[in-house]
Design a protein around this ligand. Structure first.
Ligand SMILES: C[S@@+](CC[C@H](N)C(=O)[O-])C[C@H]1O[C@@H](n2cnc3c(N)ncnc32)[C@H](O)[C@@H]1O
Length: 482
């Protein structure tokens, strides 16, 4: 029977954080530590397997982002940097020699029990299987994967609480609970599998190794076209792209991924192309997507300062709005008892009635959730006729200039500012305290949790400044118009 690498790695799993929603030790060893201490040369492996790697690329430490790909020399715009032939990406349905159909069907059955939103666990099962298999085609790649990941499922319980933000706490707890339940499910399934059909070479797979695999996939997989590039098909097959996944993230990336279909075999190649000129000693970066910090932290284990896509979630709640209007010194009974025509607009905005979706956002490119803005404009208006004259899209737009009049707009924006003050007050600490704590803190997971909550509070403060500027402008306009 083939020896298993997980057997070896299970010794090192004691270095991993004990996986529970309650605890995880500090994130050391560092993100640069690989699964094997001296892993095979990834660039040589890609070239040996028929791929192409630009001669001016090297793998090196990239600041505090772990390892990265660096240009050692000037690279012109448009250059091909990496080309992976179709067999190098690791996907759930990668064809492999030497696996029994039974072993594959065990994996497929396990994958069926993973909810769609946790797709990274499905591909993670495949990754674990290859990690367990001696002689796996992908071992040179897998040996180069990080030994630990800084995603919050591995945070100690204290640091999960330190995030101070309920929507993310909810997601982290959901993932931790899933992993603990899935560990039991995997064990139950594997207990009845014949040794030759065991997908992990007879090894026990626990929540910790499942979490490692899920984090490896969520932080490194890309969704691309599966079989062909025909018009109308979507690019939604998750795959791990050896070497390409050494590129770190930037919203202003200097490289991008393209797929190309071979005319004869119809097989898909994955390429990285220089989107700009790249100077020597500059890291190669890809844009992982226009994501908020919740997703960056949950899936990738880092937080972006002043992330223009970051926002906070609030629940549209009449009592909260009433409290906000009181704080703003605007009294209106319409929040708790809107008139029938106002209710009709709220229903159209999906903020009233059985099908209501009460989650609204503050921050991000829109600054104020259009539905929340329209609702407040309408609730603070007494003039049904003016409201009816406007298209709902105009009422939802912050760039529409005071559609229901200057006084209405000032009252609306001041109510939202007060809503921000209340939201800020729900955080147990202030930014200044967080910054002082950050200076003292040594544990990587604590630092990440504090950085995350500082960014959330900054989103709120930025929105407040933006709206205050708008209110001042409206007030000065109102004065000048007499
Ligand atoms: C696709 S991998 C990139 C290669 C990775 N740095 C490594 O050492 O293997 C994604 C991971 O790199 C790190 N990373 C990428 N971009 C980053 C950024 N802009 N800031 C901080 N960490 C980043 C995070 O740990 C993330 O989970």
């Amino acid at each position: 029977m083939a020896a298993s690498r997980i057997a070896v790695a299970s010794v090192s799993l004691t270095h991993f954080r004990p996986l529970s929603s309650a605890s995880m030790a500090s994130v050391s060893p560092s993100l640069s530590s690989r699964l094997v201490p001296q892993p095979p040369d990834l660039i040589k492996w890609v070239r040996r397997e028929g791929g192409f790697v630009h001669q001016s690329l090297k793998i090196a430490q990239d600041g505090d982002t772990g390892l990265g790909l660096l240009a050692s020399d000037h690279i012109p715009k448009g250059s091909e940097l990496i080309v992976l032939p179709h067999n190098l990406p690791l996907r759930f349905d990668s064809p492999e020699a030497g696996d029994t159909e039974e072993a594959d069907s065990v994996l497929v059955n396990l994958a069926r029990q993973v909810p769609e939103e946790l797709w990274s666990m499905k591909l993670g099962l495949k990754l674990l299987k290859e990690r367990a298999k001696v002689g796996s085609f992908w071992w040179p790649y897998i040996g180069n994967l990080p030994e630990v990941f800084s995603v919050p499922i591995f945070f100690p319980g204290d640091d999960i609480k330190n995030l101070q933000y309920a929507p993310l706490l909810h997601q982290v707890n959901k993932r931790c609970r899933f992993l603990l339940d899935f560990e039991k499910e995997v064990k139950r399934t594997l207990d009845s599998v014949k040794p030759e059909d065991h997908p992990f070479g007879g090894q026990t797979v626990d929540a910790s190794s499942l979490g490692w695999a899920m984090a490896a996939v969520s932080s490194r997989a890309f969704r691309l076209y599966g079989k062909n590039l025909t018009v109308g098909t979507t690019n939604s097959v998750p795959m791990m792209l050896p070497l390409i996944d050494m590129c770190n993230h930037s919203f202003n990336s200097n490289a991008r991924i393209v797929q190309e279909q071979d005319a004869g075999s119809m097989k898909l190649k994955v390429k990285v192309v220089a989107e700009t000129e790249i100077e020597g000693n500059v890291p190669l970066t890809l844009n992982y997507g226009c994501l908020d910090n919740d997703l960056f932290l949950l899936d990738y284990g880092f937080v972006i300062a002043s992330n223009q896509y970051d926002h906070i979630e609030l629940k549209y709640d009449e009592a909260l709005l009433e409290a906000a209007s009181t704080v703003a010194g605007i009294s209106s009974e319409n929040f708790s008892s809107p008139s029938p025509w106002q209710k009709l607009v709220l229903t159209k905005l999906s903020l009233h009635g059985e099908a209501a979706l009460l989650k609204v956002c503050i921050g991000g490119p829109e600054i104020i959730d259009g539905r929340l803005l329209a609702a407040l404009r309408v609730l603070l208006s007494v003039d049904e006729e003016i409201v009816q004259k406007h298209d709902l899209d105009v009422l939802k737009s912050l760039s529409a200039e005071a559609p229901l009049g200057v006084a209405n707009e000032i009252a609306t924006l001041r109510t939202i500012i007060a809503l921000c003050v209340i939201a800020l007050g729900h955080f147990p600490t202030k930014i200044m305290e967080d910054e002082a704590l950050l200076k003292k803190c040594e544990r990587e997971s604590s630092k990440l949790a504090i950085q995350f909550r500082i960014q959330k509070k900054s989103v709120i403060i930025d929105v407040m400044s933006n709206l205050t500027r708008r209110v001042k402008l409206l007030q000065s306009k109102a004065v000048s118009q007499g």
